[in-house]
Design a protein around this ligand. Structure first.
Ligand SMILES: [Mg+2]
Length: 214
């Protein structure tokens, strides 16, 4: 059984457009003006946590509780986030070929799992490790180890990590002893070991894994 671990945001799902949609809807539903919407778009651009809504309430006079806003945000993100059918199809082929599919993601457990359920990825993924589960973030190898454990296995040489972030996914994958596939998009930083393979889209990463699995 071979193991392929994937990053979630920006690799399997398109977080960027979903964040904008979710924040616009959340702001509209609560009658928030453009200052609050802009604040949210800026502060939640890279990642979001319940504590971000504590900071929002400290910055603006808002009646709703942080817990309420965080729940609404999770709900709106789950509605807004998408996984393209070609990606679902690629993972189905990988699964049919006998691979275990894990996810290692930096993010709060509740929102990352809501996204996985809402996109249909839950049916294809054997195990998810979210950094919020154990307070350990990629590139720490322990998050990759947890992903493998949640798939009912352990990391072995020949397993693969695929993601869009050079530091957390590729350098992190290396530190966990994995082979790595980078989904291009950002600038590659100086001084990092180059990935084993580079693609423009995660579906190409799956094609590569299938071609090299024998
Ligand atoms: Mg990512």
């Amino acid at each position: 059984m071979r193991l392929a671990i994937f990053d979630l945001d920006g690799t399997l799902v398109d977080r960027t457009s979903a964040v904008a949609d979710a924040i616009t809807t959340l702001s509209h539903d609560h009658g928030y003006g453009p200052e609050i919407e802009t604040w949210l778009l800026t502060e939640l651009a890279d990642h979001a946590d319940r504590a971000d809504f504590d900071r929002l309430r400290a910055a603006f006079p808002i009646a709703e509780s942080s817990d309420h806003l965080w729940r609404v945000y999770i709900d709106r993100m789950a509605s807004a986030v998408t996984c393209r059918p070609t990606v679902l199809d690629a993972l189905t082929r990988l699964k049919d070929a006998g691979w275990s599919i894990g996810v290692a993601t930096n993010g709060a457990s509740d929102i990352q799992r809501a996204k996985v359920r809402a996109t249909g990825l839950a049916d294809l993924i054997d195990g998810i490790a979210a950094s919020g589960d154990i307070d350990v973030r990629k590139p720490d190898p322990r998050l990759f180890e947890l992903a493998a454990a949640r798939c009912g296995t352990q990391l072995t040489p020949g397993d693969w990590m695929t993601g869009d972030n050079p530091e957390t996914d590729i350098a992190g994958g290396y530190s966990a002893g994995l082979r790595t596939i980078w989904v291009r998009g950002r600038t590659w930083p100086d001084g990092l070991d180059t990935p084993h393979h580079t693609v423009d889209d995660v579906t190409e990463a799956v094609d590569y894994l299938l071609a090299h699995s024998r």
